[in-house]
Design a protein around this ligand. Structure first.
Ligand code: AMX
Length: 435
C-alpha cells in the first residue's frame, strides 16, 4: 500500500483540481457580507478561510472530516486493550479525509518514532532559560531551536520549485509532531521533577510514550492522554492558534516558524491558557472557602465575585460554539467512567450546574456553556499532574496535529500569501459622511 505521503499527494491533487473547477465556474459568487461591527469586533462570522481538516458547528461542536467526537471514539483504532482513540488515527483522518485502518495507525506510530530524534542544541536552548520561565515560553523557544532542522528552509534556500513545497512542509510537519512530546516532557521534567529525565519507550504509541516520558505509567493516564491529544487537535481554521499558523505559513515561513507563532497565540488566556486559568480559579476558590467540595451556593457567590471584579469565568464561553462543548462532554464521560468520586472533578461538574444560568442572566454573553478547558485540568490533577502552568503545553502538542495537517493542505493547494485589507477609523468616518 502507498505510504502516507504518496496518498496525501494523490488526495491533494484531486482536491486542487476540484477547486480549480469550482473557482472557474463560481469564483465570483458571494458567500457573505461584511458589516462594520464585524471588522471592529474580531471578525466574528466572516467566512474568510478554507481549512480542510475540521468544521465547527455552533450548536453541535467540532467535526473532524465529518466525524463527531463520539463517532471518533467508536471508529478510530485504539491501543491494545484500550477504549480511547489513538491520535495517530485522527491525524491520518485530518490529513487524508479517510478513516484509518489499524495498519495505517501503526505505520504513523512507526514513522513518528523514526523521526523523533531531538538534537542536543534544542535541550541546550531550553537549559539557557531560567527554570521558572513559563513552560509555554520554553516550548516556543524549543520549537524555534528545532528550526535548524527544517527541510523546507534548507530546500527553499537551494532554490526549491513551487511544486515541491508541499513535500518539504509534509516532512517538516511529520518531524515536528514526532519531536514535540520529547521536547514537552523535557520541559516538564526539568521544571518540576529535578531534571530527572525519562527516555522514550519505542514500544509505545505516540501519546502513550508522551505519558511515559512525563513520568506517568498508569494505563488509565495513558488513555487520558490519547483522548486529550485527540480532542484538542483541531477546531477549524479561525481560532487564534490555527489561524496564526496558517497566516505565517502563507509567507512561506517553514512549519517550525509557523507552529512557534501559533503556539504564542495558544499561550493567551482567552485561548489555550484558559486550561491553567480554570484550575487556578477552582483551587483559589477552594482555598478561600476552606472546603474541598464547595456547595452550589458557595460556587454561585464565588462566580458573582469573579464577575464583579471585572474578570472572566475561565472555561466558559466561546467565540463560535453556542452549546456545551462536546470536548467538555467527552472529558466528563471519562471522569464518570474512571474517577467519579474525585472531589475536584465533582466540583467541575457542580460548576457546570451553577455557572451557565448566572452567565445567561447577564444578557451579554453569547455562550454561557463550558468549553474544552473547563474540564481538562481536574482530570490531570487526579493523576498527579498538578503543575497547571504546564497544561497549555499539553494542549499545544495536540494542537500541532491539526494545524500542521492544515499547513500541508495549504501548500499542497498552493494557497497564496494572505493579505486582507484594513481601514482606519478616519476612513470609516469619511465613508459614512459620504453615504
Ligand atoms: N466570563 C465573563 N464574561 C464573559 C465570558 C466569561 N466566561 N465569556 C464572555 N464574556 C463577556 C466578554 O468578555 C464580553 O464582554 P464585554 O462586552 O464587556 O467586552 C461579552 O461577554 C461578550 O462576549 P462574547 O461575544 O460572548 O464572547 P467572545 O466571542 O468575545 O469571546 C471567549 C469568547 C472565549 C474569549 C470568552 O467567552 C471568554 O473570555 N471566556 C473565558 C476564557 C476561556 O475560557 N477561553 C477559552 C476558549 C476556548 C479555547 O480557545 N481554548
Amino acid at each position: 500500500m502507498a505510504n502516507t505521503k504518496e496518498r496525501f499527494k494523490e488526495k491533494a491533487d484531486g482536491v486542487a483540481a476540484e477547486i480549480k473547477d469550482i473557482l472557474k465556474e463560481h469564483g465570483s459568487k458571494k458567500i457573505g457580507e461584511v458589516t462594520l461591527s464585524q471588522i471592529y469586533q474580531g471578525m466574528r462570522g466572516i467566512t474568510g478561510l478554507v481549512t480542510e481538516t475540521s468544521l465547527l458547528d455552533a450548536q453541535e461542536g467540532i467535526r473532524f472530516r465529518g466525524f463527531s467526537i463520539p463517532e471518533l471514539q467508536q471508529k478510530l483504532p485504539k491501543a491494545n486493550g484500550g477504549t480511547e482513540p489513538l491520535p495517530e488515527g485522527l491525524f491520518h483522518l485530518m490529513l487524508l479525509g479517510e478513516l484509518p485502518t489499524e495498519e495505517d495507525v501503526h505505520d504513523i506510530t512507526a514513522n513518528w518514532q523514526r523521526r523523533s530524534h531531538v538534537p542536543n542544541h534544542v535541550f541546550a536552548a531550553i537549559e539557557a532559560l531560567p527554570k521558572d520561565s513559563h513552560p509555554m515560553t520554553q516550548f516556543v523557544i524549543a520549537i524555534m531551536a528545532l528550526q535548524t532542522e527544517s527541510k523546507f528552509a534548507d530546500r527553499y534556500a537551494k532554490g526549491m520549485a513551487k511544486k515541491d513545497y508541499w513535500e518539504a512542509v509534509f516532512d517538516d510537519s511529520m518531524d515536528l509532531i514526532a519531536r514535540l512530546p520529547r521536547v514537552a516532557a523535557y520541559i516538564y521534567r526539568r521544571k518540576y521533577k529535578d531534571e530527572d529525565h525519562i527516555h522514550p519507550d519505542g514500544l509505545l504509541d505516540w501519546a502513550g510514550n508522551f505519558a511515559h516520558m512525563l513520568g506517568y505509567e498508569d494505563e488509565t493516564f495513558r488513555e487520558l492522554m490519547r483522548l486529550y491529544m485527540t480532542i484538542h487537535a483541531d477546531h477549524e481554521g479561525g481560532n487564534v492558534s490555527a489561524h496564526t499558523t496558517h497566516l505565517v505559513g502563507s509567507a512561506l515561513s517553514d512549519p517550525y516558524l509557523c507552529l512557534a507563532a501559533g503556539m504564542n497565540g495558544l499561550a493567551g488566556p482567552l485561548h489555550g491558557l484558559a486550561n491553567q486559568e480554570v484550575i487556578k480559579w477552582i483551587l483559589e476558590m477552594r482555598e478561600e472557602l476552606g472546603v474541598e467540595l464547595p456547595s452550589s451556593a458557595q460556587i454561585d457567590a464565588y462566580v458573582r465575585k469573579t464577575l464583579s471584579e471585572g474578570r472572566v469565568v475561565p472555561g466558559y464561553g466561546h467565540a463560535v460554539l453556542r452549546k456545551t462543548d462536546p470536548r467538555f462532554s467527552a472529558q466528563m464521560a471519562f471522569g464518570k467512567r474512571h474517577l467519579p468520586d474525585d472531589p475536584l472533578v465533582q466540583t467541575v461538574w457542580n460548576i457546570y450546574e451553577t455557572v451557565p444560568p448566572i452567565l445567561q442572566s447577564l444578557g451579554k454573553i453569547k455562550n454561557p456553556w463550558p468549553n474544552v478547558d473547563a474540564h481538562s485540568g481536574a482530570l490531570l490533577v487526579h493523576y498527579g499532574l498538578v503543575e497547571y502552568e504546564f497544561y497549555t503545553v499539553l494542549f499545544g502538542v495536540s494542537r500541532a496535529l491539526g494545524v500542521l495537517a492544515s499547513l500541508c493542505w495549504d501548500r499542497a493547494l498552493g494557497f497564496p500569501l494572505e493579505r486582507p485589507k484594513s481601514v482606519t477609523t478616519e476612513l470609516v468616518k469619511d465613508w459614512l459622511k459620504g453615504e
